[in-house]
Ligand binder design. Structure first.
Ligand code: ADP
Length: 401
């Protein structure tokens, strides 16, 4: 009997040693906190990242030891704090943040941070949380270099492509050049391909900038009702040219509170966005709606609630298979079917849309029924009328000053 006890304690000690070795030697930082946010365990890698000694940090409030900023160096709002968040919700959270060493000395690390709950075996009660830090600074730098290369390259290539396109247009112009019918056919094809190439470089440039956080962005207060109506009017022609109807609605559902009736009082939906950037998003979604719709109608709509402004672009086109939807907003993703094979595209449009919407802490998604049509939705935080007026006054002062 006593032999078994020794054996068991030996095994236990062994397990403990193994855990110890794991914690000591792993290069990811690990911090365990209790339900009050006090540090109950941290490994040397974590201590080194924060610039603390292991013994020193034990028992101290995690927010005093782990100083975080958003990835771009901006302050982290209290509700974004991953430690406060997990103690409040008990839900795992992932983020990429900047980690500042004690006293602000040394390099800032960009870390990917995963905070998971520690639950009682039955999973009913939160005992604390475990945070794993991985330094991704080097990987991020590499990404920046790559994006930089792509944006320089596509910028350089746009110039000669524009020249080729210009000369092809000249060759196709009766007043300056004489060519026979066969040559004209070939040149028209070449001209179309060059235009496509130009668009591809433009999209590559935009998406490299978007990945790098270098998209020009001057947000102002925008009232979405007026803004979307103007955009719709600007786009109407392109839809009607293909024989598609074009409509704009404000309200909760299709056709409800139609603006054209002119009598209903529609709420003012204020947002804080760069109108040029958002126009790119809407134009992109609209161009897709036209491209992938043979007949019927395109509706641009606007609804919202207290906190959110929601607008959508709906078409009666061929729709998107459910299997493709999760990948749609990734770079270069195109649905592979007979339509997309004949209709040109770069597969970058929706990726760029997502990146722009994310600048404004918004969300973009699609609902679609194959054969019936698709609706692309965008949610953007709504500004209260009061906040909008405040910001507008500040904007005017900037212009005058
Ligand atoms: P592309 O340049 O190919 O249009 P996007 O990123 O804009 O690239 O769109 C990705 C793919 O999503 C398209 O290739 C198309 O298959 C699909 N898609 C986008 N919008 C629609 C739509 N309104 N209706 C049907 N399919 C769509």
């Amino acid at each position: 009997e006593s032999k078994r006890v020794t054996q068991l304690t030996g095994q236990l000690r062994n397990k403990q040693q193994q855990a110890e070795i794991l914690m000591q030697s792993i290069s990811d930082g690990i911090i365990v906190i209790d339900t009050e946010g006090k540090i109950s365990l941290l490994n040397p890698a974590a201590a080194k990242m924060m610039g603390w000694a292991v013994d020193e940090a034990m028992g101290i409030d995690v927010n005093l030891v782990v100083k975080l900023l958003q990835e771009d160096g901006k302050e982290l709002a209290p509700e974004q704090d991953p430690f406060k968040q997990i103690l409040r919700t008990g839900q795992q959270n992932n983020s990429v943040v900047q980690l500042i060493e004690r006293g602000g000395i040394g390099d800032h690390h960009i870390v990917s941070l995963v905070v998971s709950p520690i639950l009682t075996p039955k999973g009913s009660e939160l005992l604390g949380a475990i945070a794993v830090f991985r330094d991704v600074s080097a990987a991020r730098q590499e990404e920046h270099r790559r994006a930089d290369f792509i944006s320089t390259a596509s910028h350089e290539m746009r110039t000669p492509v524009a020249a080729i396109e210009g000369y092809l247009a000249l060759a196709l112009n009766d007043r300056v050049a004489k060519i026979d019918q066969k040559a004209r056919e070939y040149l028209i094809k070449a001209h179309e391909s060059t235009q496509h190439l130009g668009k591809l470089f433009q999209d590559l440039l935009t998406s490299a900038k978007a990945e790098d956080g270098r998209l020009v962005n001057h947000p102002v207060v925008v009232e979405m009702g007026t803004y979307l109506r103007q955009i719709t009017d600007g786009l109407r022609f392109a839809a009607e040219k293909k024989g598609l109807l074009m409509d704009f609605t404000i309200g909760t559902g299709d056709g409800e509170n139609k603006v054209t009736s002119g009598k209903v009082i529609t709420p003012l939906y204020y947002t804080h966005i760069d109108p040029d950037r958002m126009r790119e998003v809407i134009t992109n979604l609209f161009d897709n709606a036209v491209k992938y719709t043979e007949s019927g109608k395109i509706v641009i709509g606007l609804t919202g609630d207290k906190d959110v402004v929601q607008f959508f672009i709906r078409d009666t086109g061929n729709g998107i298979p459910a299997d493709d939807i999760p990948h749609l907003f990734q770079k270069f993703y195109r649905v592979d079917n007979s339509t997309t094979r004949t209709i040109g595209g770069t597969g970058l449009g929706l990726f760029i849309c997502r990146k722009i919407v994310e600048i404004y802490h918004g969300r973009i998604w699609v609902e679609s029924t194959p054969g019936k049509g698709s609706t692309f939705y965008i949610n953007i935080p709504r500004l209260s009328n009061q906040k909008a007026t405040q910001l507008q006054t500040a904007e005017k002062q900037v212009v005058i000053g």
